[in-house]
Design a protein around this ligand. Structure first.
Ligand code: PHE
Length: 340
């Protein structure tokens, strides 16, 4: 019996010296001190021992058990301390590392330029009005002298919501709406979004911003229009900016024209933004058509006016040398953050 205890002690001592971590120690505890372990087995021999031997034997087995369990606890706490330290070391937080800055968000580049445009025009004497983005085809088309079945009213160009409700295709929907409630002199701008059911490419999008200008008073003439636009564009860009006025047709102006600016993206050499012409169309403009004044309740015999509608994205592209209009709506932070 004594030999048995001795060899068990030897075996245990050898094994406990070889353990590598606290899990091994725990496994060893189960192996030696568990219900089916050797120490428990030894207890069974007690009943075969003589009554004289039994207490002594019982004590030796019990001592062995205590010895094993002490050694196990000792090892276990040693490992646990080490493991704990290691974990602390690994999970150490360096409080001196600078925090990650939260980005509070900022105005979109298009809105920034829009603000600039609005400021310049306010300075020039215009006041700001907002028209609805969802409007009837009366204010978007009919009141603006579009003939029934005009191609612009076609499903291809316009997002219709119902037969006569639509997403405005331009900010010109403000024109007769405002005239209806106001007497000249009228000198307003109407900034906002417009929508067109068109193919998206580098220069055009289904969603864009415009600023409409409308000036109605006695004796407003074409040179007022030209000089005001020139002054505005010079303020926004540079006094040396090159502009070009081309005759064009819009049902709500007569005469009508389109306004081009020398492409600043390619310096006029030709690029995809200016369709390789060196010029970029930025606005439609003209003298308010007598029919439109009439539709707004204004006597065209007494008053005249001019109007223009300018594409804001185009102006932003020119100002910042941006080659693709699609980037404005992609929400790519790498782009947006450059203009914070
Ligand atoms: N509304 C026209 C467009 O979106 C532009 C325009 C406005 C033309 C005012 C003439 C007068 O193309």
């Amino acid at each position: 019996m004594k030999d048995k205890l001795e060899s068990l002690r030897k075996e245990f001592t050898k094994e406990i010296q070889a353990v590598a971590n606290s899990l091994d120690v725990e496994a060893l505890e189960v192996k030696y001190l568990g219900k089916k372990g050797p120490v428990q087995q030894l207890m069974k021999f007690l009943k075969d021992a003589t009554p004289e031997e039994r207490p002594k034997l019982g004590k030796s087995i019990n001592d062995l058990k205590i010895e094993f369990s002490e050694k196990i606890n000792e090892k276990l706490s040693a490992f646990q301390n080490k493991e704990w330290e290691k974990q602390l070391e690994e999970e150490k937080i360096d409080v001196t590392i600078p925090g990650r800055r939260r980005f509070p968000g900022a105005k979109h580049l298009v809105n920034k330029v829009l603000d600039e445009v609005i400021d310049i025009l306010i300075e020039m004497g215009f006041s700001v009005q907002y028209g609805p983005e969802i409007d009837t085809d009366y204010y978007n088309f009919k009141a603006l002298n579009f003939a029934p079945n005009h191609p612009a009213m076609d499903m291809q160009d316009t997002f219709y919501i119902t037969d006569d409700v639509l997403l405005r295709t331009h900010t010109s929907n403000i024109q007769t709406r405002f005239m209806e409630g106001h007497k000249p002199p009228i000198r307003i701008i109407a900034p906002g979004r417009a929508y067109r059911n068109e193919d998206v490419n580098a220069r055009s999008h289904v969603f864009f911003h415009q600023v409409e200008a409308l000036y109605v008073d006695k004796g407003v003439n074409f040179s007022d229009l030209i000089s005001t636009m020139e002054k505005f564009v010079q303020e926004l860009f540079d006094p040396s900016i090159e502009m070009k006025f081309r005759p064009s047709y819009f049902p709500f102006v007569e005469p009508g024209m389109e306004v081009d600016i020398r492409c600043l993206v390619c310096e006029g050499v030709g690029c995809p933004v200016c369709k390789h012409t060196g010029w970029l169309e930025v606005a439609g403009a003209g003298m308010v058509h007598p029919e439109v004044l009439k539709n707004g309740g204004i006597d065209p015999e007494e008053f005249s006016g001019y109007a223009w509608g300018m594409g804001i994205e185009r102006l932003v592209m020119l100002k910042y040398g941006i080659k693709d209009i699609r980037i404005f709506t992609e929400n790519d932070q790498r782009f947006l953050r450059q203009f914070v």
